[in-house]
Design a protein around this ligand. Structure first.
Ligand SMILES: NC(=O)N[C@@H](CC(=O)O)C(=O)O
Ligand SMILES: [Zn+2]
Ligand SMILES: [Zn+2]
Length: 347
């Protein structure tokens, strides 16, 4: 008879997609990320966005200043692609240690107003990235009200991923926060230059979570949660051992009053208990033995960075995170606020 393990130890994980925000918010977001992750790819969608090497370096310094004493944490910086980001800035960014640029189709998600209006406009910049070895991170949803909200990711594959792969065959692309069977299948079938991140909420929930007993704004993020068949395909991809799939929480904090609003903001905050929620999802799939690859190996390998060497331990022990956290002057309600979680990171 096999018994479920009561704890597991894995190499320290990294988060390959996080929103830390800025200023007073960093006290909460950086502390949460640093307690579990060694490194994180920091999203550049500040207001105004991080569009130059100099802005990225200054933002990195603010993050580093917020790391709690005694913890080690390395923020990996990204630039926000606009129609005007010059190829020369890519050279400066590379020299400044920036590892990737983020493509937000204009209007696709939170703080994407400055995003790219037509990918062909940024071809010289993408060429510079391919040459300098910077990765392209994409929010893979088409915009435009004629496309159903639930179909926007699948449409992005045909309209943008396929041409991008054809025109920049050696540009490494991360299809961020994938949410559909179509995206999982595309990433599986394409060559080694394409990887994908998967969030905890897309592994644990389907779209019913947004509408259970009333509208639940804290389950609203973009790309929006999909049907159960898509969740199952994502669990399959994440637990398959395929190195193209890796951890990226897309933890995206917003003030509670802006989520509980007539036009609530998109984004789920998961940094307070991210590795615990991934452990829960992998455990439910009977695949705890695949957690380390997904959380701690595949991302570093894809980014060509060294693997971490220290370890963390997760224990099967129920705990209930606080209902909310300070977020500057506001409150931050995390994903599953007030609920008990089955896995806990040991100190
Ligand atoms: N995922 C989200 O719903 N929101 C993110 C932006 C993003 O990653 O698309 C945010 O910055 O709030
Ligand atoms: Zn996004
Ligand atoms: Zn994001």
């Amino acid at each position: 008879m096999s018994t479920a393990p009561s704890s597991i130890s894995i190499l320290r994980p990294d988060d390959w997609h996080i929103h830390l925000r800025d200023d007073a918010a960093l006290a909460t977001t950086v502390a949460h990320a640093a307690r579990q992750f060694a490194r994180a790819i920091v999203m550049p969608n500040l207001k105004p966005p991080v569009t130059t090497a100099e802005l990225a370096q200054a933002y990195k310094a603010r993050i580093v200043a917020a790391i709690p004493q005694g913890l080690r944490f390395e923020p990996l910086m990204t630039l926000y692609l606009t129609d005007k980001l010059a190829p020369e800035e890519i050279v400066r960014a590379k020299a400044a240690g920036v590892v990737a640029c983020k493509l937000y189709p204009a209007g696709a998600t939170t703080n994407s107003d400055h995003g790219v209006t037509d990918i062909r406009k940024i071809y010289p910049t993408l060429e510079a990235m391919q040459r300098e070895g910077l990765l392209l991170l994409v929010h893979g949803e088409v915009t435009g009200s004629e496309v159903d909200l639930f179909d926007r990711e699948a449409a992005f594959i045909d309209q943008h991923m396929v041409p991008l792969r054809r025109d920049f065959p050696e540009l490494k692309i991360v299809f961020e926060h994938i949410t559909t069977r179509e995206a999982a299948q595309y990433v599986t079938e394409t060559d080694r230059f394409v990887g994908a991140t998967i969030t905890p909420q897309h592994l644990l929930f389907n779209r019913n979570a947004i509408f259970t007993g009333g509208i639940r704004p804290h389950y609203y993020c973009l790309p929006v949660l999909k049907r159960e068949e898509h969740r199952l395909a994502l669990v399959q991809a994440a637990t398959s051992g395929n190195p193209k799939f890796f951890l990226g929480t897309d933890s995206a904090p917003h003030a509670a009053q802006l989520k509980e609003h007539a036009t609530g903001c998109a984004g789920c905050y998961s940094a307070h208990a991210a590795i615990e929620m991934y452990a829960e999802a992998f455990d439910k799939a009977g695949a705890l033995d695949k957690l380390e690859g997904f959380a701690s190996l595949h991302g570093a390998d894809f980014y060509n960075l060294p693997r971490n060497t220290d370890r963390i331990t997760l224990v099967r022990e129920s705990w209930t995170p606080p209902e909310s956290y300070p977020f500057g002057q506001a409150d931050l309600k995390p994903l599953r606020s007030g609920e008990a979680l089955p896995w806990k990171l040991a100190d």
